[in-house]
Design a protein around this ligand. Sequence first.
Ligand code: PEP
Ligand code: MN
Length: 359
Amino acid sequence: MLVVMQSHSTPEQIDRVLAAIRQMGLTPHPMPGATRTAIGITGNTAAIDPRTLEVLPGVLELIRVTKPYKLASREMHADDTVIRLPQGTFGQRHFTIIAGPCSVEDESMIVRTAEWLMARGVRFLRAGAFKPRTSPYAFQGLGLDGLEILRRARERTGIGIVTELMDTESASAVEEVADVIQIGARNMQNFSLLRRAARAPRPILLKRGMAATLEEWLMSAEYLLSGGNRDVILCERGVRTFSDHSRNTLDLSVIPPAKALSHLPILVDPSHGTGRRDYVGPMALAALAAGADGLLIEVHPDPDHALSDGAQSLDFDRFERLLAQLESLAGPLRRVVPSPAGNLPSLTSPESGRCTDRH
Ligand code: PEP
Ligand code: MN
């Protein structure tokens, strides 16, 4: 349910509505907008008599939200969510690129990649310190040592860090280093992890589970939003189908319905979505054309010797060519792609300059 306040409603009137909602045993979620405040209500709203809220001073109307995901839905939040970080913006015509190796392998490859990316205007580095691997014998990531390497790369270059949180035990360590916390496909429905991530003071990049419907994915986003984290970015990374010509089937057709049903920004991961470096470029361009808000893409200084996902990783030359192609496509589509120009604030900790909004 959504309470829409009148445009001239006072803070006292809003407080009174919030108190009335709490008195009913429900949770209010105030959403200040450019012209008026709306208040989302979650909990068991079935038994509410809408008139009890409708008659309160300052209330314009009550809208019943029909979708099972409430806070993630456009019904409740008509405007696009825009997440602004010092290194870049997710949403609002920006096509933001997060690039880097699958795993943190050692400090020199991470710093080299971070410096290369920053020089080309790509201001978010992805790299897993904790890796969810199908085989227990495969490289599992450097864990806390990997996080320390990411922290140093951030300090040295100012690049934003995107790294995966795999379990609740490492949440405090990950949120200290990460500018954006990634929840991987295999954990999309790890509800205790989602509840913990909801409390992290960082935006969450929520990958789509490999067999998840759009509704299930948005319900997982709802765990994050209802737990208090409004900064959620969806990431399509391919799903399992009968097709065996690529690692997964990158479902770009999910972008228009995701945008229609939800206000959350959506990125595309063409690396896990295809599993082969020669398929990554075309699908990255297709993602831009289909209306995605950016990419999560695997780039490695020496993909043939990568410790994980080398086959789907681009080397710097290939990535540079893709950036140029994205730039030429972005112009006619009136989208903003990363560019080397522009000053960055100097960053020493993930706290500095952090700001987000949701207009
Ligand atoms: C990754 O981004 O390296 C990763 C493991 O992704 P996914 O969870 O989509 O498989
Ligand atoms: Mn990977």
